[in-house]
Design a protein around this ligand. Structure first.
Ligand SMILES: C[S@@+](CC[C@H](N)C(=O)[O-])C[C@H]1O[C@@H](n2cnc3c(N)ncnc32)[C@H](O)[C@@H]1O
Length: 264
């Protein structure tokens, strides 16, 4: 679901921030509103919008006063997961994907980019990770965050910077992608029932598009993938039985998550 929004700055903005807010407004095809001394609920009411992207000195933050939503880019669990891999504990998504140095991955549901960052770290500079996100606000915040978010160590920062992220719907992107153009095509749709109790996931769920993955999209993904299509789901989902493909299941970080692997 796309929310109607405007862009403003933090209070008493430096001239640079006003320019940046204008650029964000262009990117999001939204109106830029001078902040003045207004509170965010006042701006939302005056402009008759649900959401406001506030461009501040540190990072852009999206607010929806009525729903109590505050959202900004951060790499979520990606850093911990990469640390686990470095410590030899592995990562269930990487295992499900069978991912290695030099591989090429298309992440159809980029979201905040955590899965793409872990994949990017594994495939390295010789590989490639492309991510597409349908909701323009999420896509633009993730594109910006992947380029600019300051994170250490440098190998993790490099993994963020290498991801090629696009604002796009996979239903349009997949049919335009070449046959056999990625090793793995990945879907992490928003689960039909909320699972994670984390505030992080609740916000992504509120802002993200909840469309379930269709047979047609998986058929396209199987054409685009050289090796496998991998789908993350809540364990026990009816989806696996509904699909007209042979799905091999591997368990996720917790027993409540599983990855379905459809080999090409
Ligand atoms: C559960 S989140 C993905 C989280 C992501 N794996 C991460 O690590 O941050 C699902 C995302 O897919 C996006 N999405 C849903 N349908 C889409 C579509 N047709 N094309 C592109 N993105 C889509 C949603 O807006 C949402 O941001």
């Amino acid at each position: 679901m796309t929310h109607h929004l405007v862009v403003t700055t933090s209070r008493r903005p430096a001239p640079k921030l006003i320019v940046e807010a204008g650029q964000w407004a262009q990117r999001l095809e939204a109106k830029a509103v001078p902040r003045g001394d207004c509170s965010l609920p006042t701006i939302a009411a005056q402009e008759n919008v649900a959401g406001i992207l506030v461009v501040g000195a540190n990072r852009p933050i999206y607010y929806e006063p009525d729903r109590g939503i505050q959202y900004f880019f951060h790499p979520s669990m990606a850093k911990v997961r990469i640390h686990n891999i470095k410590s030899g504990r592995g990562d269930p998504m990487i295992t499900a994907m069978g991912l290695a140095d030099g591989d090429e991955v298309l992440d159809c549901t980029l979201g905040r980019g955590a899965d793409a960052i872990v994949a990017s770290w594994i495939v390295g500079p010789k590989g490639k990770v492309v991510g597409v996100e349908k909701v323009p606000l999420l896509a633009q915040l993730t594109i910006d965050g992947l380029q600019n978010y300051e994170i250490k160590p440098t190998d993790v920062a490099a993994a963020l910077r290498r991801i090629q992220a696009h604002p796009a719907d996979y239903n349009h992107y997949l049919p335009k992608s070449g046959t056999d153009s990625f090793d793995v095509v990945y879907f992490d749709p928003i689960f039909d029932e909320p699972l994670e109790r984390s505030q992080d996931m609740a916000v992504l769920r509120a802002l993200g598009d909840e469309e379930p993955v269709s047979v047609e999209a998986i058929e396209q993904a199987l054409r685009v993938a050289r090796r496998a299509v991998v789908i993350k789901q809540r364990a026990g989902t009816a989806l696996w039985q509904q699909l007209p493909f042979s799905v091999q299941l591997t368990s996720g970080t917790t027993s409540r998550i599983e990855y379905g692997v459809i080999s090409v």
